[in-house]
Write a protein that binds this ligand. Structure first.
Ligand code: NAP
Length: 299
C-alpha cells in the first residue's frame, strides 16, 4: 500500500489515467498537472499548475512514457496548456525522491543526478518492457491487418530484431499462422529463433529475407531498411516500423517508390491503454512500496 505517499503526475496519455487509478486505489494521494480536460475522476486527487511548492511535497514525480524533452517540455493529451519543467522544480524535491519516466532524454538524467533524485526509466526495465511488448505486438499486428488486403495467416512476414518486442511479435505472428522469418545479429538469438520453429536470418541475410516478404515489421532502432534494401523489396510489401523515432526505415525513399511504410509509435497507449497503464502502475507501486531500486541514472 502507498498510504501517506504523495505522487505528482505530470502529463501523459490514457495510460497515465490507469496509473493514477491504481496508485490511488493503493491509498496514495495524487497531484495532477496537465489533466484539466480529463473527464474521469479519482479519489484523493487535486489538479494543480506546475510550481516549486508542489514538487517540494512529492514523494515521486511520474512523467509520461516519452518523459521530458531536452527543452524541459512534457507532452500531455489532457490539457491545452504547455507543461515546462525547470531546474528549480527538480531542485525543490527531497533528495532520494523518485522520478518515474518511460525513457529519459539527457536533460532529465542531468537534472536527477544534479539533485540526487532516483530516476527510474521504466521502459528499460525488462519486467516492464517484456509485458509492454504484448500490447505493442498486438498493435503492430492490428496495423498490419489494416494496411494490407491479405490475411496474416499464410502471409510471408519478416521481423527485424529479436529483443523484447521482436520476440513477442514473432511468436504472436506464428501463432496466427503467418510464415515468420526473423533477422537478428546474435548467435544465441538465431538459435532461439530456430528452436521456435521460425526461419532465422543473420543480419547479412537481410536482403534475401525481405526481398519476397508481404509484411516487414521493424523493431531495430537503427537504419536497417535503407534505400538500397527497400529497392530489392516488393513494391506492395507493407512495412510496420515500431522502433523509436525516427524508426529504422528510409521513409522518404519508401514513399518515392510508392511503398506503404508506417512509423507506429506508442502502440500500447493507442490499442490497450488500460493494460499498458496497469503494467506501469504495478512496477511503480512495487518500487515505492519496497523503496528498493537499483538506479540507472545517467545510463
Ligand atoms: P530491445 O529489447 O533492446 O531490442 C532491440 C533489438 O534491436 C535487439 O534485438 C537488438 O539486437 C537489435 N538491434 C539494435 N541495434 C541493432 C543494429 N544496429 N543492427 C541489428 N540489430 C540491432 O528493444 P525492444 O524493447 O524490443 O524495443 C524495440 C524498439 O521498439 C525500441 O526502439 C523501442 O523504443 C521501441 N518500442 C516501440 C513501441 C511502440 O509502441 N512503437 C513499444 C515498445 C518499444 P541485440 O540484442 O543483438 O543488441
Amino acid at each position: 500500500m502507498l498510504t501517506g505517499r504523495q505522487l505528482v503526475f505530470v502529463g501523459g496519455d490514457a495510460r497515465m489515467l490507469e496509473v493514477i487509478a491504481q496508485v490511488t486505489e493503493n491509498d496514495a494521494s495524487a497531484i495532477l498537472i496537465g489533466f484539466d480536460n480529463m473527464t474521469r475522476t479519482f479519489t484523493d486527487t487535486a489538479h494543480c499548475a506546475v510550481s516549486v511548492e508542489v514538487f517540494s511535497q512529492a514523494d515521486a514525480v511520474v512523467l509520461p512514457v516519452a518523459g521530458m524533452d531536452d527543452d524541459g517540455i512534457v507532452d500531455t493529451r489532457f490539457s491545452d496548456v504547455q507543461i515546462h519543467l525547470e531546474d528549480k522544480h527538480f531542485a525543490a524535491m527531497r533528495p532520494g525522491a523518485f522520478v518515474f519516466t518511460g525513457i529519459a532524454r539527457p536533460l532529465l538524467c542531468e537534472r536527477c543526478i544534479d539533485h540526487s533524485l532516483q530516476l527510474v526509466k521504466l521502459m528499460e526495465l525488462d519486467e516492464v518492457a517484456i509485458l509492454n511488448s504484448i500490447p505493442t505486438a498486438e498493435g503492430a499486428i492490428a496495423l498490419a491487418m489494416e494496411k494490407t488486403d491479405i490475411t496474416l495467416h499464410g502471409a510471408k512476414t519478416v521481423v527485424l530484431g529479436f529483443g523484447r518486442c521482436g520476440h513477442t511479435l514473432a511468436r504472436t505472428l506464428a501463432a496466427i499462422g503467418a510464415k515468420v522469418s526473423v533477422c537478428a545479429r546474435k548467435a544465441e538469438h538465431l538459435a532461439r529463433i530456430r528452436e521456435m520453429g521460425l526461419e532465422a536470418n543473420p543480419m547479412n541475410g537481410l536482403i534475401p529475407a525481405v526481398s519476397n516478404a508481404d509484411i516487414v515489421f521493424n523493431t531495430i532502432p537503427s537504419l536497417v531498411l535503407s534505400a538500397g534494401i527497400l529497392k530489392v523489396m516488393a513494391k506492395d510489401c507493407v512495412i510496420i516500423d515500431i522502433a523509436s523515432k525516427p524508426g529504422g526505415t528510409d521513409f522518404r525513399y519508401a514513399e518515392r517508390r510508392g511503398m506503404k511504410a508506417v512509423l507506429a509509435p506508442s502502440l500500447p497507449g493507442v490499442v490497450a491503454p488500460k493494460t499498458a497503464g496497469r503494467i506501469i502502475a504495478e512496477t511503480i507501486c512495487k518500487i515505492l512500496t519496497y523503496e528498493t531500486y537499483e538506479s540507472n541514472n545517467g545510463k
